[in-house]
Design a protein around this ligand. Structure first.
Ligand code: CUA
Length: 371
């Protein structure tokens, strides 16, 4: 029985180890796809080999001495001569590790400063806001706002300012540099608790913590167009595991086209269509308490602005929603989500509003029309 348990554990261990070898891993820090990820990688590789050499030498000597001087039947059991201190040895094994660490420290500190420097030239600036449990991306100069998908042009440094947003003490929104608030000075509305997150898109950069009350920065850049997946890397509550996101890199021309699409107001559904019914449900129900759709007015004639939930103006242009946990194109997933969000993504702050099946299918049609 014990042997069998050992075999099972050995197999589980082997399977976990082998899973690190897949060639198509989506979040692979060993597959840098931009200059900033490359810098981290260029530090990791030499440090890894230095550490490996130290490991092999130290463990090798340890094993050698354990085997060579083990107790044997043909050898009298006695203590070896007891000596105290050997100045040369003591000095050597103090100086050698100090030199190795100093050698590793030079490229490490250089890389840290290098990565922390604000890029110059043609830089795209984006504010990244960690919510419970989704990512908001705000492009202040471009006047657009997206959720869970960060679109960037290739070959251009993207300077991210990262803030944790949400409610703090006394249920007041935690102030953040990323949400300066409307001109009237009111603090922005928030949903969920303001807690620590960590932004990580392994193929484009190292991780950066997202901390309430403090703005951190990170530079990313992609060489080639593509979809790079990322996730929140710091436990931030119930749905932490579902707090994913994607960075989508476009060629500069495609990026400009995407930008123009995003800057446009939401498309209006055909009068009389199911999507038009959905828009009525959207405007007259609870949706507009949190979500924005640019270009829409609520029943009292005010613009529909975001109040702590994702901006849905171009919902259908995104591939994923709910912290990139669900697929936009999947009408069934969208319907399941609208029916009872917390049943799909545990902990979700979006309430179950008791929508009827008819209202849900109309809302799905409306959301999927928001290209
Ligand atoms: Cu956000 Cu974990």
């Amino acid at each position: 029985m014990r042997t069998r348990t050992r075999w099972i554990w050995a197999l589980v261990g082997l399977a976990v180890f082998a899973s690190s070898c897949v060639s198509n891993a989506q979040q692979d820090a060993l597959n840098p796809q931009g200059p900033y990820a490359q810098k981290s990688y260029d530090l990791l590789v030499p440090v890894f080999w230095v550490a490996t050499a130290v490991f092999v030498v130290v463990q090798g000597l340890l094993i050698f001495f354990v085997v060579r001087y083990r107790r044997r039947k043909d050898r009298p059991a006695q203590l070896p001569p007891q000596i105290h201190g050997n100045n040369r040895l003591e000095i050597a094994w103090t100086i050698l590790p100090a030199l190795i660490l100093a050698g590793v420290a030079v490229p490490t500190v250089t890389t840290i400063f290098d990565l922390a420097r604000e890029p110059e030239g043609n830089v795209l600036e984006v504010s990244v806001m960690g919510h419970q449990w989704w990512w908001e991306f705000d492009y202040p100069a471009e006047g657009i706002n997206t959720a869970n998908e960060l679109h960037i042009p290739t070959g251009r440094p993207v300077y991210l300012t990262l803030c944790a947003v949400g409610l703090g003490y006394e249920d007041k929104p935690t102030p953040s540099e990323c949400q300066p608030g409307p001109p009237d000075g009111d603090t922005p509305a928030a949903v969920g608790d303001g807690v620590i997150h960590s932004f990580w898109v392994p193929e484009l950069a190292g991780t950066q913590d997202v901390v309430p009350g403090q703005a951190n920065t990170l530079v990313i850049q992609a060489d080639e167009p593509g979809r790079y997946s990322g996730q929140c890397k710091e436990f931030c509550g119930l749905a932490h595991a579902y707090m994913k996101f994607a960075v989508i890199a476009h060629s500069p021309t495609d990026y400009e086209a995407w930008l123009r699409d995003q800057q446009a107001d939401a498309v209006m559904p055909q009068p009389g269509s199911l999507a038009a019914t959905g828009m009525d449900v959207f405007l007259n129900g609870q949706c507009i308490a949190c979500h924005a759709v640019q270009g829409l007015e609520d029943p009292s004639g005010n613009p529909v602005v975001a109040n702590g939930g994702p901006d849905l103006t171009h919902f259908a242009s995104r591939e994923c929603f709910a912290g990139c946990w669900l697929q936009n194109a999947d009408a069934e997933e969208l319907a399941r989500w609208l029916d009872d969000p917390a049943a799909v993504k545990q902990g979700s702050w979006m309430p179950d509003y008791g929508l009827t099946p008819d209202e849900i299918s109309a809302l799905v049609a409306y959301l999927q029309s928001l290209t």
